[in-house]
Design a protein around this ligand. Structure first.
Ligand SMILES: NC(=O)c1ccc[n+]([C@@H]2O[C@H](COP(=O)([O-])OP(=O)(O)OC[C@H]3O[C@@H](n4cnc5c(N)ncnc54)[C@H](O)[C@@H]3O)[C@@H](O)[C@H]2O)c1
Ligand SMILES: [Zn+2]
Ligand SMILES: [Zn+2]
Length: 348
């Protein structure tokens, strides 16, 4: 039983590509967890996988959020009214991975993740509960919109750190969703002399250039796409960051990287996919996975946004209420819509 007794409207995963807006229990006050009034919550490409599969039913998505603390869970570092964001993950805090500052390797890090597990409803509701050791205050000059962008931006920063881009490197980013766009942004910051984004959605491709995060974009549907890029780079990119997760995208990453180069896999495939590993063998590629971010990287992204080193509100296309979530997911999966990042305001 919920001791607070309250109910709240929230968006719940019902079936394949179907949400419903229903009442769920409000979060319960508990030591070590803060309760926040959600102000903004982002829709992520990973959320889309859950929606497409319609599983697990009852999931309340929303792991990229910002809000105001209404209960500090007896953690003196926080008070009611603090404006915050948080890492959504649930690392154990005591294993070797956690102690080394790499909670993304912790075995239980996704088990109770906010907005990604049935045990911890996310930001598609007006209130949520999150571990206070995962919470960061937003600097005064940061908006709630910016606060909700910290999580996806940190994914891009982590990917680019792992890509070990050298000054002057040529970098291809496959996929111009938010993860691809922020990875391109950081690749440029890391000193790449050429950053190309490839896309199958023309409007997103054009956006990668108009938003200033890539030098050029290439249409992956064009039959001569690979040939054109091989010619342009004189035999391949130094680094390819794969931000899609399907078989054509991963294979094009292996094809378009130069011998001895690095492919960073960020895209998530929910099932086994066909990959021509012989290309990685013959070219002696470094194939590097990238998942999430470290706490340090998450904090760095708050600093970079706050000190205006990066601008992230330009990626936000729309802000919708709970009743607009179903339509927002349809737009984001249309393959033709220009929208890349849609935020949800559960009180709108
Ligand atoms: N590793 C991590 O920590 C992490 C974190 C967040 C998201 N992800 C994953 O990264 C991927 C991207 O996330 P997103 O939010 O940007 O998703 P998204 O769905 O918005 O973007 C994917 C983009 O890829 C494009 N695309 C599809 N096939 C392509 C192809 N063959 N070549 C080029 N582009 C193609 C689509 O048009 C789309 O714009 C997803 O699989 C997501 O689950 C991984
Ligand atoms: Zn995300
Ligand atoms: Zn751990």
């Amino acid at each position: 039983m919920n001791v607070n007794g309250g109910k709240m409207r929230s968006v719940v995963l019902k079936d394949i590509k179907k949400f419903e807006v229903v009442e769920i229990e409000e979060p319960i006050k508990s030591n070590g967890k803060v309760i926040i009034d959600v102000k903004k919550s982002g829709i992520c490409g990973s959320d889309i996988h859950y929606w497409v599969n319609g599983d697990p039913k009852g999931l309340v998505l929303g792991h990229e959020f910002s809000g105001v603390i209404t209960d500090n869970g007896n953690n003196e570092n926080f008070k009611i009214g603090d404006r915050v964001t948080a890492l959504p993950i649930s690392p154990c805090g005591v294993c070797e991975a956690c102690k080394s500052g790499n909670p993304q390797y912790c075995k239980v890090t996704w088990d109770n993740a906010v907005g990604l597990s049935l045990t911890n409803p996310g930001g598609l509701a007006p209130k949520l509960s999150v571990r206070s050791d995962m919470v960061y205050k937003l600097p005064d000059n940061m908006s709630f919109e910016e606060g909700a962008m910290v999580e996806p931006v940190a994914v891009g920063l982590h990917a680019v750190h792992l890509a070990k881009i050298e000054i002057g490197a040529k970098v291809l980013v496959i996929g111009g969703g938010i993860i691809g766009l922020v990875s391109s942004m950081f690749a440029k910051k890391a000193g790449a002399s050429l950053v190309v984004v490839s896309e199958t959605n023309e409007k997103r491709g054009e956006k990668a250039v108009s938003l200033g995060v890539s030098d050029e974009w290439y249409d992956a549907k064009n039959p001569t796409y690979v040939e054109n890029l091989m010619e342009k780079t004189n035999g391949g990119f130094d680094v390819v960051i794969e931000c899609v997760g399907n078989s054509p995208a991963v294979n094009s990453a292996f094809t378009l990287v130069k011998p001895g180069g690095t492919v960073v896999l960020v895209g998530v495939a929910m099932d086994a996919i066909n990959i021509y590993t012989v290309m990685a063998v013959m070219k002696e590629l470094t194939v590097q996975g990238a998942i999430g971010y470290t706490k340090e990287e998450f904090k760095t992204c708050i600093d970079l946004i706050s000190n205006k080193s990066i601008e992230v509100t330009k990626f936000i296309d729309d802000v919708v209420g709970l009743d607009g979530v179903q339509n927002a997911y349809e737009r984001l999966t249309s393959g033709t819509d220009s929208a890349v990042k849609i935020l949800v305001d559960p009180n709108k």
